[in-house]
Structures are given as C-alpha cells and as structure tokens.
Design a protein around this ligand. Structure first.
Ligand SMILES: NC(=O)c1ccc[n+]([C@@H]2O[C@H](COP(=O)([O-])OP(=O)(O)OC[C@H]3O[C@@H](n4cnc5c(N)ncnc54)[C@H](OP(=O)(O)O)[C@@H]3O)[C@@H](O)[C@H]2O)c1
Length: 337
C-alpha cells in the first residue's frame, strides 16, 4: 500500500505532539475528490485542533488542518465540478497537514492565482469578509476595530475595511506588527502589549469590532461600542499560553470576557454576534458565495494575503510553535516537500 507523509497530532497538547509520519494513502468515499497538497495555509484553528479544544476534534491520533491548496488527483463525482489536474483550494476542516487528502470541500481557483496565494487567502479572507460585510453590515465612514490586526485574518480585515470606506483601528502586539498594520492602511494602531493600551481604547468609539482574542480585549472594547454598533467575537486566542493550552488560562480568559445581559443590548442598541467558519461548511451555498467574493476581491486587486513565511513540511512543528508564541505576522504557509 502506498504511503503519504502527514503531520499527526499523536495526542492532544502543545506543538511537540505533532509528529511527521507515513500513513496509508487516503481512499476517497463516493462523494469525495482526492487532492494533492502543495501548500498548507496555517490557521490558529489548527493549533486548537492539535490541542483538542476545537469543535468536533477527532480523538487522537489524528491529522489536523483546515486549509490547503494543490491539484486534483481524482475528481470525484460530477457534482463536485472538478477534473483531474485542476488547481484547487480545499477545506477538509481536519486533515490538511498531509500530502494527499480525500475531501468533498474543494473549489477551483482563478487561472491567474498561484497556489501560495490560494492557500493563504481562503479561510482568512472568508472570515474577514463574513465578519465585516455579512454579520457586521459595515457602512462607509464607520470605525472598525480589528484585534490581532497583523495576523492572517487581521491583515485581510484591514484591507477589506479600507476598501469598504471604513476608518480602521488596529490592535497589534509589538512595533513590527503595528508597522505592518499601518502599511495596510490602519488609521490608528494600538499596541496592546504595552501598558496604557486600555486608556487609549477608553477614549475611542467603534461601530464595528472584530475580536478574536476575547477576555481582557473584550472587556476593554465592548464598553466602547457605539449605539447601533456590532461586536463580532470569532475567536478566543487570549485563552492560549505559549506552550500547551492551559485550562487555567482558558478559565481566566473566560471569566474576563463580559457576558452582557440581552436586555442591555436592547436598551443600548447594540449587537453581539459570533460565528465559526468551519461550522458554516454545513451551509455550503454560503461558503461557496463567500469564497467567490474573496476571489473577486483578489482579482480586482483589493485583497492581497501577506505571506510572510513559508516553512518546509519538516518544520511544521516549528510553524505551530511560532504562531502559538505570537511570533508570526501575516499568513504562514507550509510547503509540502
Ligand atoms: N471563527 C472563525 O471562523 C475563525 C476563522 C479564522 C480565524 N479565527 C480566529 O481568528 C484569530 C486569528 O486567526 P489567524 O489564523 O489569522 O491567526 P493569526 O492572527 O495569524 O495569529 C494569531 C495572533 O493572535 C494574536 N494573539 C492574541 N493573543 C494571543 C495568545 N494568547 N496566544 C497567541 N496569539 C495571540 C497574536 O497577535 P498579536 O501578537 O498582535 O496579539 C497572534 O500573532 C484566531 O483567534 C482564530 O481562532 C476564527
């Protein structure tokens, strides 16, 4: 039996539990295509899967990974609309950290798009777009706050914000990240790893907040939501420590996250919303529509993923550790060797 290279989460835990192993070739089920991975788009969710704290995570050992770009080996049924050799993105939700993947969630990419761009654009682009346009219903002239603004989602959210006529405020950890956010058009940058950041936030007002950190960030930013404002909580990275995920840090972040009473939303004219893109895969037409919108923005030149580092597949544990320790900026890819 042929074998494929895979990064296996041997048990739930820190980056060190991820081991490169040879697994049997995946066999597609009747509704699936077989795709050869060329680039893996690393997402924060992959770290949460590895730690066993992501929704629907399989029992270990398993192969984590939401996102990849590559080529179709076996096209699957006609309903998938694929042909052998097509260049595609795929979102298996679990399993992108391997050479070959059987999936029913794959889509062709535009002819002019290279595979690196494709691997970097989809999940982060759809997340930013869904938060700003679909849930956030942004209007030109409004003020948008983006947390983790120099990261994969953040750098695309700043671009979408700028092209949507929004004034953008970036929360970014450290000077280099702040500089990146500014280069992408952030009107104001707040370094939330420096003392005094909450005082700066306390002097601001936001119509739309994209918060992927929760805890102290939500505690500082929720009260600054303007009447008619929308607060979109779509991540909880503040619960994460630099090594293994700690239940204690998670519990602390949970307790520090405000939970406004619904009646107070009514009297303050505020919206609090949340979403998880991987669960939107249960609503396939919406996902297809959003991916199309992201590709359109890319074709118009309005959306450019910031690929800052490409790790070799053998360095995938290092890539996980770097993201978890907040050392990455923009989008990180892993190249299948
Ligand atoms: N709900 C969804 O469907 C969905 C989809 C995609 C992503 N997300 C969420 O969006 C966020 C960004 O995802 P991404 O893949 O683009 O990652 P990323 O932003 O490229 O990397 C994570 C960044 O989060 C910030 N961060 C804040 N507190 C952290 C902590 N305690 N530990 C580690 N990082 C921390 C760091 O930036 P600073 O140093 O600037 O703080 C870090 O660089 C994540 O929270 C992710 O779960 C949600």
């Amino acid at each position: 039996m042929a074998r494929v290279k895979a990064a296996v989460a041997t048990r739930y835990g820190g980056p060190g539990v991820l081991k490169v192993r040879q697994l049997p070739d995946p066999t597609p089920s009747p509704g699936q295509a077989l795709v050869r991975t060329r680039f893996i788009g690393l997402n924060f969710a992959d770290l949460m899967q590895r730690a066993g704290v992501y929704p629907r995570t399989p029992k270990a050992p398993f192969v984590p990974g939401l996102e990849l770009a590559g080529e179709v080996v076996l096209p699957g049924p006609p309903g998938l609309g694929l042909n052998a050799g097509d260049r595609v993105v795929a979102y298996p939700i679990f399993g992108s950290h391997q050479e070959l993947i059987a999936t029913d969630l794959a889509a062709k990419i535009p002819d002019a798009m290279d595979l690196q761009t494709a691997a970097a654009l989809g999940v982060c682009g759809m997340t930013a777009l869904y938060a700003i346009h679909h849930l956030g219903r942004s209007r030109p002239g409004e003020t948008l706050l983006v947390s983790a603004a120099a990261g994969g989602v953040g750098t695309l959210a700043l671009q979408i914000g700028r092209h949507s006529g929004l004034r953008t405020v970036a929360l970014a950890g450290g000077e280099a990240k702040g500089a990146l956010a500014r280069s992408l058009g952030a009107d104001e940058v707040v370094d939330y790893r420096r003392p005094g950041w909450k005082r700066r936030i306390a002097a601001m007002r936001f119509d739309l907040v994209l918060d992927s950190v929760g805890g102290p960030v939500m505690r500082a930013c929720w009260p600054r939501l303007a009447p008619l404002g929308r607060y979109i909580l779509f991540g909880f990275s503040g619960a994460v420590g630099p090594g293994a995920f700690s239940r204690l840090k998670g519990a602390w972040n949970y307790l520090r996250t405000p939970s406004p009473h619904p009646l107070h939303l009514v009297s303050a004219n505020r919206t609090l919303a949340g979403f998880n893109l991987s669960l939107i895969t249960d609503h396939r037409p919406l996902l297809t529509q959003m991916l199309g919108e992201v590709f359109d923005l890319w074709e118009k030149g309005d959306l450019r993923p910031m690929v800052t580092k490409i790790y070799p597949f053998g360095g995938i544990t290092r890539a996980h550790a770097d993201m978890q320790q907040r050392r990455t900026t923009g989008k990180v890819l892993i190249q299948m060797e």
